[in-house]
Design a protein around this ligand. Structure first.
Ligand code: WTA
Length: 649
């Protein structure tokens, strides 16, 4: 890590929504009087019934309750579409760039988004969806994904997007967990020049268990798909039967807007529930300030709508701000490693937001892929999802930004709904690798991990917690409020526990050091080691499995699996491949172990608890730091594991 600082340029400061003085003032005001601050900024969205109460939140053990703007009512789709129609109905809302550069891009106006969203909302109603019902989206990155989100929001249905890279198995589990009435999917999904058949996965997921769940299918590729006997509908056919007028439903500020399943350190993924009012206020405000978004700018977030980044910064934040948001169906390396930069040039992108893993992958391909393109429209570069190493930061800064474009390293989580730690382009001097300072209203604290004491010295290292609520904080775990309290509010009483380790330097800058729990971050995708383990042990030849993360040059972390086979089973390369394929089909390609080590035994305490600390150290090649192994039931298994450690290449 380096502490070299990059102050905002005078030009960036002059042009920005906030320079340093304004950030300092606004931040101080937001902490001194959150009620007054958010009463003012809550008005950035349109309310049907204006709120009179601003904040009513408690992190108290046993009584965690979070409400913002609780007596107000509004509709998120109306805020993202209708309120712009008069002033910018003919402005492009969404630029859609398909997977293949040979297919034409679409420029979709706010008026068109309105018409398509209303149609889809009426189709959903026709299919029996009403306020409060859950709708699962399993879609490629096509405009219909945005229409579907907004259509749900319009009629008060709760969407739950399942990343299209998840397997049928994982999809089925999520449909079941939130008890969805409808799944929206497409025939095929082109990505990186290959096409996956999403409808097939839906069929597998639905036919297996829930044949009463209806399925709405978007025609994307026109390929042959298998139709179920009942309950399948083409969107384009249904649209012919409905009107393009659908009045937005009046929603309470605290009504759920969406559920998004995310990985935790234990058990199955949790359904993170986000609200309507607080979420949209915060998503739009962070989008405006963090990216210094101005009217007319072209904003591009490369995430997938299956992750929270896509929710807040492809769809909700930008559209609430009347922005032009670019939606990209493809991948950074297809047809070649210049694709991102080609799209930036083609659409004159002003703000570009991606993940460090993509930067690292492109960095390895050489600078000529960047230099070919005119990137002079770029005004802000952002990163999200994992710590960015200074080499990648410097490459982004020097090669992509030509040393002239501020970089915002945004730290946040599915649970937080929007950025919590981030530089502002015209206000914050940046340091490569640091997410710098809190956004308005956010009070980060560093706690001593064991005692849970708040460390008051500026320079500190420990676990990162947040002291008080912010409007886009998740409200609960779907169907399991006790799990919500236990996961986030029980280890450190009175605080929201992020699960991240963190260092604060002498300037008060925050440096995320990575997860302190059993969550790993693989190419910016968040995964619970427990999920991969339970997929592995579900295989008939596996007796036991332990999964840890290890440092990986491109992915940030790789998945390292220790596998103990059933008696009588012999390790082989074929079996290794079989297990890889198995995990892909249980969870999805992103969960495929990078390394599988056969482990005749796992290091366990006498009470049978697996010592993951030791497994992590072995995977990291850090044999010197194994610590005390004398409490193990059988210390010799460690020697065996070290001897047979996989050759990382
Ligand atoms: C990690 C993604 C360092 C962190 C929005 C967090 C980061 C987890 C950063 C949440 C960053 C995210 N620097 N680490 N800028 N951004 N993380 O829920 O460990 O997919 O807890 O949300 O990603 O991942 P999630």
């Amino acid at each position: 890590m380096t502490d070299k600082t990059y102050p905002p340029s005078a030009a960036a400061a002059a042009h920005a929504h906030a320079d340093k003085a304004k950030y300092d003032d606004m931040y101080a005001a937001s902490i001194a009087d959150p009620e007054a601050f958010w009463a003012e900024h809550g008005k950035r969205v349109d309310w049907i019934k204006p709120f009179t109460k601003v904040k009513n939140t408690s992190f108290a053990p046993g009584n965690v309750d979070i409400r913002w703007f609780e007596d107000g009512s509004l509709n998120v789709a109306a805020n993202c579409i209708d309120r712009h129609l008069e002033t910018r109905g003919d402005q492009t809302a969404i630029i859609w760039e398909p997977d293949s550069p040979d297919e034409e891009a679409q420029h979709i106006t706010y008026k068109e988004v309105h018409a398509r969203t209303c149609k889809m909302a009426n189709v959903l109603k026709e299919m029996g969806v009403t306020k409060g019902d859950r709708v699962v989206l399993y879609l490629p990155m096509i405009p219909e994904a945005a229409y579907a989100m907004l259509a749900c929001a319009r009629i008060g249905a709760i969407h739950s997007i399942v990343f299209a890279g998840f397997s049928a198995e994982a999809l089925g589990a999520r449909v079941n967990a939130c008890d969805a009435k409808v799944v929206i999917t497409s025939d095929g999904a082109p990505r990186g020049g290959r096409v996956t058949n999403l409808k097939d996965s839906v069929n597998q997921a639905l036919l297996n268990d829930f044949d009463e769940v209806k399925c709405l299918v978007v025609k994307r590729t026109g390929q042959q798909i298998a139709w179920r006997a009942d309950g399948d509908y083409w969107l384009h056919e249904m649209e012919e039967t409905v009107s393009d007028d659908c009045p937005p439903e009046e929603m309470n500020a605290e009504d759920p807007l969406f559920i998004l399943y995310t990985s935790g350190s234990t058990g199955q993924p949790k359904g993170v529930v986000h609200s309507t009012g607080g979420y949209i206020v915060y998503a739009s405000m962070t989008h405006q300030y963090t990216f210094d978004y101005h009217d007319g700018d072209i904003f591009w977030c490369t995430a997938d709508v299956g992750w929270v980044t896509g929710h807040s910064y492809i769809v909700y934040g930008p559209l609430a701000n009347g922005a032009t948001t670019l939606m990209f169906e493809g991948v950074p390396t297809y047809p070649d490693a210049g694709r991102f930069w080609q799209v930036c040039e083609k659409h004159k992108v002003n703000q570009f937001y991606t993940a460090p893993t993509a930067i690292r992958a492109l960095m390895g391909q050489g600078t000529e892929f960047v230099e070919k393109y005119d990137l002079s429209d770029l005004k802000v570069l952002g990163t999200v999802g994992e710590p960015i190493n200074p080499e990648a930061w410097n490459w982004y800064n020097d090669v992509v930004g030509k040393g002239k474009v501020p970089i915002v390293d945004t730290w946040w989580q599915t649970e937080t709904g929007g950025h919590l730690l981030t530089p502002l382009p015209g206000a914050t001097a940046t340091k490569p690798g640091s997410a710098t300072l809190p956004f308005f209203g956010v009070q980060p604290v560093i706690l001593e991990p064991t005692s849970g004491e708040e460390i008051s010295d500026t320079a500190a290292e420990g676990v990162l917690c947040i002291k008080d609520s912010w409007p886009a904080q998740m409200r609960t775990v779907w169907g399991d409020h006790a799990r919500f309290e236990k996961t986030y509010f029980s280890d450190y009483k009175g605080y929201y526990f992020t699960g991240d380790g963190c260092r604060r330097d002498a300037d008060g800058y925050y440096w995320i050091t990575g997860r302190v729990d059993d969550v790993i971050n693989v190419s910016g995708h968040r995964m619970g080691t427990a999920e991969v383990e339970s997929a592995l042990v579900a295989h008939s030849k596996v007796a036991e499995a332990a999964v840890v993360g290890y440092p990986h040059n491109i992915k940030g972390q790789g998945i390292y699996a220790y596998v103990t086979l059933m008696n009588g089973e012999e390790p082989s390369d074929d079996l290794r491949k079989e297990l890889e394929t198995w995990v892909r089909s249980e969870i999805g390609p992103i969960a495929k172990p990078d390394l599988i080590q056969w482990a005749p035994g796992l290091p366990k305490t006498r009470s049978g608890k697996i010592m993951r600390r030791i497994l992590r150290k072995i995977a990291e090649d850090d044999f010197g730091a194994l610590g005390d192994t004398s409490t193990l039931a059988d210390p010799s298994v460690v020697d065996d594991l070290i001897e047979n450690r996989m050759n990382k290449s």
